[in-house]
Design a protein around this ligand. Structure first.
Ligand SMILES: Nc1ncnc2c1ncn2[C@@H]1O[C@H](COP(=O)(O)OP(=O)(O)O)[C@@H](O)[C@H]1O
Ligand SMILES: [Mg+2]
Length: 337
């Protein structure tokens, strides 16, 4: 269940954030508010400005303009106090391979001037589902376990807000789903979570609210459900067209079609009336002697929202730092829920 969003309980407010790298406007006027107790996602393609935004809020990068208030404190004057109240997940590559999970947690805890309560190691490992790995070395853990350990390290100071930058990138689908459950449990235990992702499905499934970023700006911000509803489409009709694919304008003019996407021979039509659009599509196909295969309809997704807002689609398997193509969400648009 999604936690109720309490809009009177804001924990982060960023206004007018700008960051330039030379002539490149990496972040170009970002405003966002995060409420206590939610999972807030920043979703966007590579280079959108997600990490830069996150790191400015964390206090790791200095904005060129704008203001940030975290837990009631202005970041310009209270960065040290803010740091004691937030948790930042490190990249797993930065972990020490030869220490055990338990030793790493004790090491990180020693960096904070907090008392060392008995059972901290077990409690933290329990929160991320790694209790049985307490005595395992980092290099003996799977990628997903290492990610969960790095999240536990970010929780060592019992932060009000935990920041996770692309926590599931590089994980296989099963490990990704495990991590989603871990993130939910962290939220349910009272820690606000701010994460970035370029996986549409992850943002849709996991986040209470999502800011969609593109080109340094937030182009939409709401609950996934409201973002999808704003499309005005009730479903997406997908098919492969054997033979000639008609012009996008022809597809867009079909009865009740509101969005069109064409990739090679595959088409996705957002529609407000599946039945009427389907009849029109079948009629067009028969007039033009096009064979439709793999015809299906599905609920619209955040992918459709991004397409409607930008005219482009972005896929998990494009330009992911040269990493292997994501095996899961890219091809199939259908629900797994
Ligand atoms: N340290 C840096 N120096 C110069 N350019 C940077 C630096 N960090 C990010 N950028 C650029 O800023 C833009 C936004 O990057 P980033 O915030 O990492 O995006 P995302 O996390 O969404 O992939 C990109 O064009 C990127 O190349
Ligand atoms: Mg990034």
């Amino acid at each position: 269940m999604t936690a109720a969003i309490q809009t009177d309980n804001e924990i982060i407010r960023a206004e007018g954030l700008v960051k330039r790298y030379g002539g490149n406007l990496a972040v170009n006027g970002v405003d966002l508010t995060v409420y206590a107790g939610e999972i807030f996602g920043i979703l966007g393609p590579n280079g959108a400005g997600k990490t830069t935004t996150l790191e400015m809020i964390e206090g790791l990068r200095q904005p060129d303009a704008g203001s940030i208030v975290v837990a009631g404190m202005d970041s310009a004057s209270h960065s040290a106090s803010i740091r004691s109240q937030i948790g930042v997940q490190l990249q797993t590559t930065a972990l020490f391979d030869y220490l055990t999970a338990g030793e790493l947690i004790q090491l990180f805890a020693s960096l904070y001037e907090t008392p060392d309560p008995a059972g901290r190691v077990e409690r933290l490992l329990g929160r991320v589902g790694l209790l049985e790995k307490k005595n395992s070395r980092v290099d003996q853990m799977s990628g997903g376990q290492q990610q969960r350990l790095s999240i536990a390290l970010g929780l060592v100071n019992d932060p009000k807000v935990a920041f996770l930058d692309e926590p599931t990138t590089g994980l296989d689908p099963a490990a990704r789903r495990d991590l989603w459950e871990t993130v939910r449990e962290i939220r349910d235990a009272g820690t606000t979570v701010v994460l970035t992702t370029h996986y549409m499905e992850e943002a849709e499934y996991l986040c209470d609210r999502v800011a969609i970023m593109d080109g340094g700006r937030i182009i939409a911000l709401d609950t996934p459900r409201a973002l999808i509803r704003s499309l005005g489409a009730s479903a997406t009709i997908s098919a492969n067209m054997e033979g000639r694919v008609p012009d996008e304008r022809v597809l867009a003019s079909l009865q009740d079609v509101v969005t069109v996407r064409v990739r090679d021979n595959a088409i996705d039509l957002g529609t407000t009336n599946v039945q009427a659009s389907l009849v029109a599509l079948l009629d067009l196909a028969s007039r033009e002697s096009i064979t439709l295969t793999d015809l299906r309809s599905s609920q619209p997704t955040l992918e459709d929202v991004f397409l409607a807002l930008t005219g482009r689609s972005f896929e998990p398997d494009t330009g992911d730092n040269g990493e292997a193509a994501d095996p899961a969400p890219g091809r199939s648009r259908r629900r797994r829920r």
